[in-house]
Write a protein that binds this ligand. Structure first.
Ligand SMILES: Cc1cc2nc3c(=O)[nH]c(=O)nc-3n(C[C@H](O)[C@H](O)[C@H](O)COP(=O)(O)OP(=O)(O)OC[C@H]3O[C@@H](n4cnc5c(N)ncnc54)[C@H](O)[C@@H]3O)c2cc1C
Length: 577
């Protein structure tokens, strides 16, 4: 049994920034299933958006507008305005904390173009993305981790959170597994924040790390917490062919061009103003169409067809200076140097716009009126404030981690000053202990690996870039059956210390729950908006669907409700680029 005033689950950018703030007043600990600097934030390449205006004129208002329009007007506009205004200070704070940004010749933070970021409400692309070569996330993580160590934040590395302790509408702790011993540890707390990241691993082709399995979202769902806008999942246009490893949008930000088999710059037909820097949902659909219409490089329209991302005209020197990791990935996984030949890419499952619903201070919401739990917070990719609406713009996730991770941490710091510890009952760890014992008891259950592959195939084929009601209805049934099969799975390794098989089974369960919920939400939303593109409902329908979905999973059944979108600043308009 441990006791901390503030507990943070997750050591990515959101968790670490929140920990830094919470530790200013309260005894704070971070729990992470990974060694902190292995969190997925470390893989972020391209940049963090803030209207610094270092290279050309820019304003937070333009950034907020782009975020709202990029999100196809499902973005809460108050959240987007706050994001873009706070982004500037947040980036300078990172700089002051030691983050080695790439610089202009006169020493300012350099900025490059990114998809959907424009000057003057859509006129032309603007240079808004601050970056540290193509290792921006890596640098953020290192900087924040060092600061946390300096500020005496306590780290519990390789502790896996299994359950959350709820006393009515109040959160008072966590049930965790110490991975190295296999023992259960209970943590009492005044406040708990979830910053457990995304769940790209439910798809066959993804840019996401193996650890991105949606644990936090699924654990909370299991305790009756709803999830918001789960139907919106982003496919990034440029993943390495066959593998899905990300090639950052920064390549196009630096001038890279997408080409089909005829060598055409096909984005001229889909987004005449922003071209290769249109928002990701539009480019992913454009690539999909080119491939379907047999203009992919292979030309057979198959699922493994691809197109070219051409950076050869940038020259070796620029590529090595601004995109060194990408050059290395390309040499390793494609066997070519991007200075000599174009890279072979296709869309890859990338980012969850939806997640645990929160208010502007990171407090988790449990109904359509926005009522909050006490002592329960969420931030980062696992949360939904909602700043990305139906489609996130590039660089806006890193900003969200910093801006809303920081705000949630600040709120926690205030909250724990006036709060007491709850009473975690002595048997609070029993359900988790029993579940682990059952998993380790061995036996001839179904094979978790084939179940995982089947889930990834079903999601990729039916709930991917394009969707339709008939396929999703079938997929939902299949996923429902798979959830039944899942309950029979057992590990064939009974050991306690470092039992990776038990963890993988738990993670598969989380992915299955979220895949099932996502499919139900996508089936329910009868329109196309942002990343949710339905063949049977191709138009956006503001009259009926300008609202957030809230979904609960109750005894295997989905319950749905809706929440208003904040449109206090800009009236929704058709999205053209
Ligand atoms: C390849 C790639 C490149 C990207 N590039 C960019 C970019 O350039 N710009 C941008 O804005 N966005 C980018 N993104 C998106 C962005 O990086 C992520 O959305 C963001 O980093 C997520 O951060 P996070 O703090 O929410 O979670 P993460 O960094 O994913 O961290 C999650 C943490 O939760 C912990 N955790 C999870 N489950 C448990 C559990 N059960 N028990 C204990 N701990 C747990 C993990 O150990 C980890 O520490 C990129 C994403 C990818 C995949």
């Amino acid at each position: 049994m441990h006791e901390y005033e503030a507990l943070i689950v997750g050591a990515g950018g959101a968790g670490l920034y929140a920990a830094l703030e919470a530790s200013k007043t309260g005894k704070t600990a971070v729990l992470s299933k990974l060694y902190p600097i292995r969190s997925h934030t470390g893989a972020a390449q391209g940049g963090i958006g803030a209207a610094l205006g270092n290279i050309e004129e820019d304003k937070p208002e333009w950034h907020a507008f782009d975020t709202v329009k990029g999100g196809d007007y499902l973005t809460d506009q108050n959240a987007a305005i706050l994001l873009s205004e706070d982004a500037i200070q947040a980036v300078y704070e990172l700089e002051n904390k030691g983050l080695p940004f790439s610089r202009t010749p006169d020493g300012l933070i350099d900025q490059r173009r990114f998809g959907g970021h424009t000057r003057n409400f859509g006129e032309a692309p603007v240079r808004r993305a601050c970056y540290a070569a193509d290792r921006t996330g890596h640098m953020i993580l290192q900087t924040l981790y060092q600061q946390c160590i300096k500020n005496d934040v306590v780290f519990f590395d390789e502790y896996y959170v299994l359950d959350v302790v709820m006393e009515g509408q109040r959160c008072s702790g966590l049930v965790t597994l110490n991975f190295s011993t296999g023992e259960i540890h209970i943590f009492k707390a005044k406040a708990v924040l979830f910053a457990t990241g995304g769940f790209g691993r439910m798809f066959r082709i993804t840019s996401n790390a193996y650890a991105n399995t949606g644990d936090g979202q699924a654990l909370l769902v299991n305790r009756g917490v709803p999830l918001e806008d789960l139907e919106f999942y982003q496919f990034h246009p440029t993943g390495i062919r066959g593998l899905g490893i990300l090639i950052t949008e920064g390549v196009r930000g630096e001038g890279g061009i997408l080409r089909n088999a005829k060598g055409e710059r096909f984005m001229e037909r889909y987004a005449p103003t922003l071209l290769d820097l249109a928002p990701r949902d539009m480019i992913a659909r454009a690539i999909h169409s080119e491939i379907q219409e047999l203009r992919g490089i292979k030309g057979d329209g198959s699922v493994d067809d691809f197109i070219h991302l051409d950076a050869t005209h940038l020259g070796k020197e620029k590529i090595e200076a601004k995109l060194p990791d990408i050059a290395e990935f390309s040499r390793t996984y494609l066997g070519i140097d991007p200075a000599d030949k174009p890279m072979s890419v296709h869309p890859t499952a990338h980012y969850a716009m939806g997640g645990i619903p929160t208010d502007l201070n990171g407090r988790v919401i449990f109904d359509s009126q926005g009522t909050t739990y006490e002592g329960l917070y969420a931030a980062g990719e696992c949360a939904c404030v909602s700043v990305h609406g139906a489609n996130r713009l590039g660089t806006n996730s890193l900003v969200e981690l910093i801006v809303y991770g920081r705000r949630a941490g600040q709120h926690m710091a205030q909250y724990v000053k006036g709060a007491d510890f709850g009473i975690a009952p002595p048997d609070v760890g029993e359900p988790a202990r029993a579940r682990l014992a059952e998993l380790r008891s061995q036996g001839n259950g179904p094979n978790p690996e084939s179940l995982r592959q089947e889930m990834q195939r079903v999601m990729m084929e039916n709930v991917g870039i394009y969707r339709n009601g008939e396929n999703m209805a079938k997929a939902k049934n299949t996923l429902g059956e798979m959830r039944q099969v899942y309950t029979q799975i057992k590990a064939n390794d009974p050991s306690k210390a470092f039992n990776t098989q038990v963890l993988e089974i738990l993670e598969l369960g989380h992915l299955l729950d979220l895949a099932y919920m996502m499919t139900a939400c996508a089936l329910n939303r009868q329109e196309s908006r942002g990343a949710h593109a339905r063949e049977d409902y191709p138009e956006r329908d503001d009259k009926n669907w300008l609202k957030h979905t809230l979904a609960w999973l109750e005894g295997g059944k989905i319950r749905l409700d809706y929440k208003n979108v904040d449109i206090s600043r800009w009236a929704p308009k058709p999205r053209k680029y």
